[in-house]
Write a protein that binds this ligand. Structure first.
Ligand code: MN
Length: 252
């Protein structure tokens, strides 16, 4: 099996190193990842400036490129142009931080896997639900290995990927996998307002992630209870129920 590994925290992050090592047990790993931190860039693509891909050595990978672009750029450029082989699967992560609930839409990690799906390749995103940069990645890497090893056999429908969120706990307290839906929790927005040396204000996004509802079938709830949340997601944006209701209003 040939595996394209990418992420949004950058090619030097601990998460992508742990994922690369885990995926090497499944097959040949090719890494194409951003050369810098690209969290929360969503599905952005670079269109107004050139992309550069620097070949580098990365342990457990047969090929590695650091790209001055977004996670979606990395998958698009990698699969279409850089890689000598089309990957069988795309695995994005291991992200430092939860990609549950609304985070999935901002996430570069999830968008890289979405791009894989758009290119017709079975894809998954893996996140460890803590922003502690020194958190132990070994459980998340093991979970990524288990799920990636089954990804082709799952026969996911076209356009659907897996969003995997692993709880930041030790193995003794870990409960296993729950298949969940995307939660409805959200950020209470906040900005730290500071002054630059000239006295002009600048703004730094802070915010607080708040539980709006205790959804027992939601991804956040599962992670809080010590489960890995596996959510099948898709990029089809049409609200079919609303489409039918509006047809009744506009097309009478
Ligand atoms: Mn990230």
């Amino acid at each position: 099996m040939r595996i394209l590994v990418t992420n949004d925290d950058g090619i030097t992050s601990r998460g992508i190193q742990a994922l690369t090592a885990a995926m090497a047990r499944l097959g040949e790993v090719m890494v194409v990842a951003p050369d810098r931190q690209q969290s929360a860039v969503g599905h952005a693509l670079t269109v107004a400036s050139p992309l550069r891909a620097v070949s580098m050595e990365l342990e457990h990978a047969s090929i590695a490129y650091a790209v001055n672009g977004t996670p979606a750029d990395c998958v698009k450029l990698g699969v279409s142009t850089l890689l000598p082989f089309r990957p069988d699967i795309v695995v994005s992560g291991i992200n430092h931080g939860s990609n549950t609930s609304v985070n999935a839409i901002y996430s570069g990690t999830v968008s890289a896997a979405t791009e894989g799906t758009l290119m017709g390749i079975p894809s998954m995103a893996v996140s460890l639900a803590t922003f502690n940069s020194s958190a132990d990645m070994s459980l998340a890497a093991e979970v990524a290995y288990d799920i990636a090893s089954r990804l082709l056999d799952l026969s996911l429908p076209a356009g659907t990927l897996l969003n995997v969120n692993v709880p930041p706990i030790d193995r003794a307290n870990y409960r296993g996998v729950k298949v969940t839906r995307q939660g409805h929790n959200a950020w209470k927005d906040g900005y730290d307002v500071r002054k630059d040396p000239q006295g002009h204000p600048y703004y730094w996004l802070t915010g607080e992630f708040v539980t709006l509802s205790e959804q027992e079938d939601g991804d956040d709830f599962a992670v809080q209870q010590g489960w890995t949340a596996v959510t099948p997601i898709h990029y089809e944006l049409t609200n079919v129920a609303e489409l039918n209701r509006l047809k009744g209003l506009f097309e009478r």
